[in-house]
Design a protein around this ligand. Structure first.
Ligand SMILES: O=C[C@H](O)[C@H](O)[C@H](O)COP(=O)(O)O
Length: 217
């Protein structure tokens, strides 16, 4: 199976976590897009969705699924999203598509985070994938210097603006021995909106698309 087939397979396996008569949180990216397409086949089951990006909102609406603001829901039983890397503790790096901040906000509200990945995203240690950090534009150089002091090599994602009007620094070569500690440290740098480590709030369930099967942990 090619990577897209694995993404589709794992996205469809996540449909069984969709609760009846509720709003659900929906992530961003190519794997989440397969989930949205699957959700369209059972859209009468849910009340609607909270989107983690403008792109996801557009895709949901295109399928006739109602999109509501996070501020208009009391609770979200489930949030389904992909990841760029996930480890055995269900900690993740996210934000390859630049949607990390809204994803982290929606995930913070959700009771259950269902992470959907193909097998290539599973890692022993996080950090081979450059860590995305969303930064207020005027703080770019200041934050970059602080990230260098933490041992990373930040690279400006040239020409990219997040849905929140900010920029992204992709940090290479970080030694992520303690993901929770590093997530906090980077978030404490003045000018950082958030970073793509999802360790303080890991996934509750990880579904992994392998050749012909979906594993869960
Ligand atoms: O900002 C993007 C998100 O964090 C995605 O969940 C992540 O980049 C994985 O995307 P994909 O499913 O396209 O590999």
């Amino acid at each position: 199976m090619d990577q897209d087939a694995l993404k589709k397979q794992v996205a469809e396996a996540a449909l069984r976590f969709v609760p009846e008569g509720e709003y659900i949180g929906v992530g961003t990216g190519s794997t989440a897009n397969f989930f949205i397409d699957g959700l369209a086949t059972m859209k009468d089951r849910i009340k609607g969705a909270v989107a983690s990006s403008e792109a996801t909102a557009e895709r949901l609406k295109g399928h006739g699924i109602e999109v509501v603001s996070l501020n208009d829901v009391d609770r979200l039983p489930v949030y389904v999203d992909g990841a760029d890397e996930v480890n055995a503790h269900r900690e993740m790096i996210k934000g390859g598509g630049g949607a990390l901040t809204r994803e982290k906000i929606v995930a913070a509200v959700a009771d259950q985070f269902i992470c959907i990945v193909d097998g290539s995203k599973q890692v022993k240690r996080l950090g081979k994938f450059p860590l995305p950090v969303e930064v207020i534009p005027m703080a770019r150089s200041h934050v970059a210097r602080k990230l260098v002091a933490l041992g990373g090599q930040p690279q400006y994602r040239d020409g990219f603006v997040t849905d929140n009007g900010n920029i992204i620094l992709d940090v290479h070569n970080l030694d992520i021995l303690n993901p929770i500690e590093l997530e906090e440290k980077i978030n404490n740098i003045v000018g950082v909106v958030t970073n793509g480590l999802f360790a303080k709030r890991p996934a509750n369930v990880v579904l992994v698309g392998e050749n012909g099967s979906v594993n869960q942990y």
